[in-house]
Unconditional design. Sequence first.
Length: 245
Amino acid sequence: MSTRQAQLAAALDRVEARVRGACAAAGRAREEVRLLAVTKTFPASDAALLTDLGLTDLAENRDQEAGTKAAEVGRLRPDAAIRWHMVGRLQRNKARSVVRWADEVQSVDSVRLADALDKAVLAEGRPRLDVLIQASIDGDPGRGGAPLPELPELAAYIARTGGLRLRGVMAVAPLGADPGPAFERLAEAAERLRRDHPGATELSAGMSGDLEQAIRHGSTCVRVGTALLGGRGLASLESGSPGRA
């Protein structure tokens, strides 16, 4: 085992222990929570090593980095059943590029973006694209996300498309505040959404610093970068990031 793989294996053990502990504290089964490895700003070689450790759900936040990386990881690990997730803010003019590499987009926050992705999927002739609605739980428009009262309308639009499949909701915790109340509001909104869209079962919330609170409030997917891969340089502060993972 290489030095880097040993580092990643040890980090994964620590993260797994945290997830298991949080699930036990919440009275939930470990299998209810998916671990999504956020590999933004790290090389394809690290992503490939994570697949060797059993992590096949990988996430990126910038299309221009992700497309190249996904292709390279595919060459490095041609037999790995990887699912790539787009978790960063997405411009409509990047829709066609994103649907060429992403299996899921977690950051759909407007009808216009949903429409662009739908058209891109149909133009590419690929299977339906799984999408999550990014909800704003801090009221900061600069961080992306649809306001909670707008979720039903956006969900209804996605459900009518021919190229998208609504899988649930995603959110980023508020900066500089206790994430618990925000995650509670998100969980309530997600539950209301599921009444009209039973297939929208995913609740993507929680990152390296707050995954325990997210799991306590029902998260089914935690997006972890720093705790798995280590600290990032200045590249992590690029505008495409929805928050520190």
